[in-house]
Structure formats: structure tokens, C-alpha cells
Design a protein around this ligand. Structure first.
Ligand code: ATP
Length: 145
């Protein structure tokens, strides 16, 4: 492991999404965007639905997460999320369809509980679209010309 690297693990109830040596991480905490470099003070923070960005061997990558927890300890940084997808594995068409469904539900008058669910589904879909597009854009920019 290089001097500036730390172990980054992103785990959902279904799978280990990331288990790598990383240099930098930015997560959507409830308190705002939170950046983590090596030797960050120990911390637990609640996360929102959103996009996380991380750097591995100088390459920036993106993932969509549906809320959860960040835990920074002395030897590693863990993100525990209900769901998490790497930018490259996101099915954009599926996310766009989920976005359209959630918007249609929000447009129709329904019970409040369904509105909360639709709002969260919309946020997940938007995060997935954003993470997938950011990943594609980064790859395009960094591809050899
Ligand atoms: P959908 O209505 O498309 O299922 P959702 O927001 O209800 O979207 P979730 O319940 O959050 O989906 O996720 C269910 C599973 O599907 C999780 O494993 C999640 O990682 C995966 N997933 C959801 N949307 C996508 C997507 N667009 N691309 C890849 N995997 C996805």
C-alpha cells in the first residue's frame, strides 16, 4: 500500500461493491459533502442518497449509493449502504425508466407515504443517472486522443 492510500470498502447487504486501496473519497453526508484522505480522524457519518466519488491509482471513479453509513477507523474506510452501484455497471435506461415512474407517481395525488417512497425512488434514479454520466464523462476525458 502506498503512503497516501487506505483500504476502502463499500458493502451492501447483497455484495462487496468495492474493496480496494484508495487515495481519496467524497461521500454525500447529511451534513454536506465529506472528503476523506488517509489519516482522517475516526468518524461515523450518516449518508444521503447520492453520488460518491473516489480515486484509485490516480483514476477518479463514481458510484451511486442509496444512503447508509460512513465509518472511518484507523485502518480502513467503510461505506455501508442499502444499495450501491459503480458508475460503469449502472443500467442508465433502467434508471431513466425508474425516474419516469417516480415522476408520474409524484404527479398523481396519492397518500403521503407513497409520495415519500416515490421521492426516494426519484432520488435513487437521479443519483444513478448522475453517477453513470459522470463515469462516462471522466472516461471520455481521460481516454488517449
Ligand atoms: P428499479 O425500480 O429500477 O428496480 P429501485 O430504485 O427500486 O429501481 P433498488 O430497490 O434501489 O431499485 O435496487 C434493487 C437492486 O437493483 C439493487 O441491487 C440495486 O443495486 C440494483 N439496481 C437498481 N437500479 C439499477 C440500475 N439502474 N442499474 C444497475 N443496478 C440497479
Amino acid at each position: 500500500m502506498e503512503e497516501k492510500e487506505y483500504r476502502l470498502e463499500v458493502i451492501t447487504p447483497e455484495r462487496v461493491v468495492i474493496s480496494e486501496e484508495a487515495e481519496f473519497l467524497v461521500v454525500p453526508a447529511w451534513s454536506g459533502e465529506l472528503g476523506v484522505l488517509k489519516n482522517h480522524a475516526p468518524l461515523v457519518a450518516a449518508l444521503r442518497i447520492g453520488v460518491m466519488r473516489f480515486t484509485i491509482r490516480g483514476q477518479t471513479r463514481y458510484a451511486a449509493i442509496s444512503g447508509g453509513w460512513l465509518e472511518v477507523t484507523e485502518d480502513k474506510v467503510m461505506v455501508l449502504a442499502d444499495t450501491a452501484e459503480l458508475g460503469a455497471e449502472i443500467d442508465i435506461e433502467r434508471a431513466k425508466a425508474a425516474k419516469a415512474r417516480a415522476e408520474a407517481r409524484l404527479a398523481s395525488a396519492q397518500e403521503e407515504i407513497n409520495m415519500v417512497r416515490a421521492t426516494m425512488a426519484l432520488q435513487r434514479a437521479l443519483s444513478r443517472i448522475k453517477a453513470a454520466e459522470a463515469e462516462m464523462e471522466y472516461r471520455k476525458q481521460s481516454a488517449p486522443h
